[in-house]
Design a protein around this ligand. Structure first.
Ligand code: GLY
Length: 326
């Protein structure tokens, strides 16, 4: 998208929508709770030099709260905006737009962290405004505390109005762009009224299969089952990607290796027979769920299965060697 954000015309126009597979390597250790994932599907809306901050926020507000769309309770929503720093000012326009829509100032936090990009060291970047939903069972707190994990981020509107230069300075872009991203898994869980992502319809069949394979119930083994489900889904998507990433000890390959090995470790914790084809069964279910939209999963099915099997064999050898030395 970078050339278009910098001003080149996009062949499909100035208003785009998409869905994206997004990998969050920074969240590997977080997975195991109710909301974190190493891969999520992001629903994107893009304005390439068309509508900007005020309209993006109004559209987001309408989509979240209108009965015609998601119909979420405004009382359960909270927002963050960019507080400003030495590079760019406080995002007063975003703040005032939320206020104009009836949002209480108690539900808007000003944070310096509300800044997106650039992807890499230079390029388009800018302030963002994030939308959170209250997932606690007790009544929604009067004052939004962004540190409280029961406030779950579901959507982010990024305002790409700057370009970061190699010397660290930023200058205004000729085009003002919007890049919004909504988390499909988290939003689905909220719409289905479950406060655990992994109990939504997106995950329930994968969790049920892990229950069957391990002969254990989800209750009491949530952490292990969430990690196995999440890490195997991400491993399937990475292995199927046309970029051809394979497990290794560096860069992307290391992420893949780490995800597969972590899922094996947690499968061992559930006493799953590692030498059975448990990982293949789970991978095939994931492939069948997603290949309609991500066709590379079906095309590269054999690659995925052999990546998982080979890594399992290698990891088993490493474990045996380690145990012997110990
Ligand atoms: N595309 C919006 C985001 O990455 O948050």
């Amino acid at each position: 998208m970078v050339p278009f954000l910098l001003g080149a015309p996009h062949p499909a126009g100035k208003r785009l929508v998409n869905f994206q597979k997004c990998i969050r390597t920074g969240d590997i250790e977080e997975v195991g709770d109710k909301v974190h994932l190493t891969l999520f599907e992001m629903l994107g809306n893009w304005s390439i030099g068309d509508y900007f901050k005020e309209h993006a926020i109004k559209y987001s507000f309408e989509f979240l709260t209108s009965k015609e769309w998601l119909g979420l309770d405004l009382n359960k929503l909270a927002f963050t905006v960019f507080a400003g720093n030495e590079n760019a000012p406080f995002d007063e326009e975003a703040y005032n737009t939320w206020l104009s829509l009836g949002v209480s100032p108690n539900k808007i936090a000003k944070l310096e962290a509300n800044w997106w990009g650039p992807a890499g060291t230079t390029g388009p970047c800018g302030p963002d405004t994030e939308m959170f939903y209250w997932t606690g069972s007790e009544p929604t707190p009067e004052i939004f505390d962004p540190e409280n994990p029961l406030w779950v981020e579901i959507w982010n509107d990024v305002f790409m109005q700057y370009n970061k230069n190699a010397d660290g300075t930023v200058n205004e872009l000729p085009n003002k762009n919007v890049d919004t991203g909504m988390g499909v898994e988290r939003t689905t869980a909220i719409l289905e009224g479950v406060n655990d992502n992994y109990q939504s319809s997106i995950w329930s069949d994968v969790i049920a299969l892990i229950e069957k394979i391990s002969n254990l119930s989800y209750e009491g083994h949530e952490k292990e089952m969430r990690i196995i489900a999440d890490h195997l889904r991400t491993s399937v998507f990475i292995s199927a990607d046309p970029s051809g990433i394979k497990p290794s000890n560096t860069d992307q390959g290391y992420i893949l290796r780490r995800l597969i090995r972590r899922s094996i470790r947690y499968a061992k914790n559930l006493n799953i027979d590692i030498n059975s084809n448990w990982e293949e069964e789970i991978a095939l279910l994931i492939i069948s769920k997603y290949s309609k939209y991500y066709t590379e999963l079906e095309t590269n099915k054999e690659v995925v299965l052999s990546v998982l099997l080979n890594e399992k064999i290698k990891f088993n050898r490493t474990l045996e060697k380690g145990l012997r030395e110990f």
